[in-house]
Design a protein around this ligand. Structure first.
Ligand SMILES: [Mg+2]
Length: 506
């Protein structure tokens, strides 16, 4: 691809942000890497006639020496690289694993492409690279793809400097300082950084950090790119900055025109300045769909999604509806719905005002609403996922990942870090669930509520504490035991513990 040019013929200074694809645009935890490793081991065993153990060892050796198993295969065994690609990368059952990722799309869309070019840089062959970004639903957001061409000899791939040089050539960028890059591979990051690129090494949450950083930046999640590469700009912040600059200019002019020494007028100007900043921020947040900021600024204006049905709206109306229509009280639908209404009623005395939602686009959310905590300035928005497990079914830590998904798919006004996600189940959280919750970067908690509506446990993680529950000065007390004769639960001030992921009281 040729370099971009300006009308006067000078090279365009638009920098390029290069993205690795595998284990970078989708998480390593989706296990594509493991599936791929198995297919590669099979290929080694079958085509080189090796026992399984030797195949695994040789695969590892070539990967470490050349950055790609295929390079060793081509160098030492003269295999057909395109046949290898068809048997390994293109044979992966990705359709069942990689799904469209709205959060990733939002992140990429927020990057101002008038200022930076988005480009893919992968060691996979072109077919695999294109397939993955298509499945993620972000194919149209990249201007190009530099891939490893398996049909050429020798094969050139990351971390070799020639691969980075090719990427620069194809993306039309001349200077290393105009290259930004994110990759999950230590050696790729290290190598690009040495060439003068500005690189962020993605070390997914849960993976051990390297003893020494591979590159200038090290991140746990792609969202952190917003902070580590602020120079590449984002649409929303740039627009806000422009307006604020304009606002400041007007104020400066007014300040010059007004007689000096009038303290009241200057104070008035400062207040006017602050008011304008807030106003612009609100308008900007609304325009950009930044629900979190918008709702933070206007906490009372929370748009509720539509209720699922007009037939029932609480436990009593649902029970009578079930009787009227002859619903099978053993059915999963009845048990699940009854539990959701039971939870809503059980949480009400704690200051929760929640309604039942759902349907096709609920993204796993069963209840939605606010939690009015006496000492908080505004009610906290909460989304709840109810898990009425059948007898003997344990709530497994994987459920936390499911809850994380609901944060991304939540309705407008209910997304963002200002929202608390609660998992509700009739059984207390297991150690595994508590630990998974503790590791999550999302603010979330766990509510144990029995099938007959007795609350037994409410815990939340450190992120929830950092994002809003910290310093509320409010603690929750629950009754002992779980019989109906116990006194109703109450929200009280300055009682019990409220610290991190510790259980408050049972
Ligand atoms: Mg990768």
């Amino acid at each position: 691809m040729s370099s971009e040019t300006r009308p006067n013929g000078a090279a365009s200074p638009r920098p390029v942000l290069f993205f690795d694809i595998d284990n970078c645009l989708y998480p390593r935890s989706s296990k594509v890497h493991d599936l791929m490793a198995t297919l590669i081991d099979d290929y080694f065993a079958k085509h080189l006639g090796l026992p399984e153990e030797d195949a695994v060892r040789l695969h590892k050796e070539y990967y470490q020496n050349y950055g790609l198993a295929i390079e060793g295969l081509v160098r030492h065994h003269q295999i057909d690289p395109l046949e290898y690609n068809a048997k390994v990368d293109d044979a992966l059952p990705l359709e069942g694993i990689i799904k469209p990722n709205p959060a990733l799309r939002r992140l990429l869309e927020d990057i101002d492409t008038s200022k930076v070019k988005l480009w893919l840089l992968t060691n996979a062959y072109v077919t695999h690279g294109r397939r993955v970004v298509k499945l993620l639903g972000v194919e149209d957001l990249f201007e190009g793809l530099t891939y490893c061409d398996y049909s050429e000899i020798p094969i050139i791939c990351k971390p070799h400097k020639d691969m980075f040089a090719r990427a620069m050539r194809e993306a039309g960028v001349d200077r290393a300082e105009d290259c930004y890059f994110v990759d999950d591979s230590f050696s790729n990051c290290e190598s690009s950084q040495k060439l003068g690129w500005t690189t962020a090494h993605l070390v997914e949450e849960g993976l051990p950090l390297p003893p020494k950083q591979a590159s200038k930046y090290q991140i746990r999640h792609l969202e952190e790119l917003r902070n580590v590469f602020p120079q590449i700009g984002s649409r929303s912040s740039d627009a806000t900055d422009d307006r604020i600059q304009l606002c400041h200019g007007v104020l400066l002019l007014l300040d010059r025109l007004l007689p000096l020494g009038l303290g009241d007028l200057q104070l008035l100007l400062q207040l006017f300045d602050v008011a304008l900043l807030v106003l612009f921020a609100v308008v900007e947040a609304r325009e950009q769909g930044d629900e979190q900021l918008y709702l933070l600024l206007l906490p009372v204006n929370v748009p509720y999604p539509e209720a699922r049905t007009d037939e029932h709206c609480d436990l009593a109306s649902y029970v009578s509806y079930a009787e009227r229509t002859g619903l099978d009280v053993q059915s999963t639908v009845y048990v699940g719905t009854r539990y959701e209404y039971t939870v809503a009623a059980a949480l009400a005395p704690f200051g929760f005002s929640i309604m039942r939602v759902g349907g096709k686009s609920d993204c796993g959310i069963d209840l939605i609403g606010t939690w009015a905590v006496p000492s908080a300035l505004a009610p906290i928005r909460v989304i709840l996922q109810c898990k009425v497990a059948s007898r003997g079914t344990a709530i497994r830590p994987g459920i936390i990942r499911e809850l994380e998904g609901t944060f991304i798919g939540a309705p407008v006004g209910w997304r963002g870090a200002g929202v608390l996600g609660l998992l509700v189940a009739p059984k207390p959280a297991t150690k595994g669930v508590r630990e998974a919750m503790g590791r999550s970067r999302w603010p979330m908690g766990f509510v144990c509520c029995s099938n007959d509506g007795v609350l037994k446990q409410l815990i939340w993680n450190r992120t929830a504490e950092e994002k809003g529950l910290e310093g509320m000065g409010v603690n929750v007390q629950f009754p002992q035991g779980d019989s109906k004769e116990d006194p109703p639960p109450a929200v009280r001030k300055d009682e019990c513990l409220a610290e991190g992921d510790k259980q408050l009281s049972t």
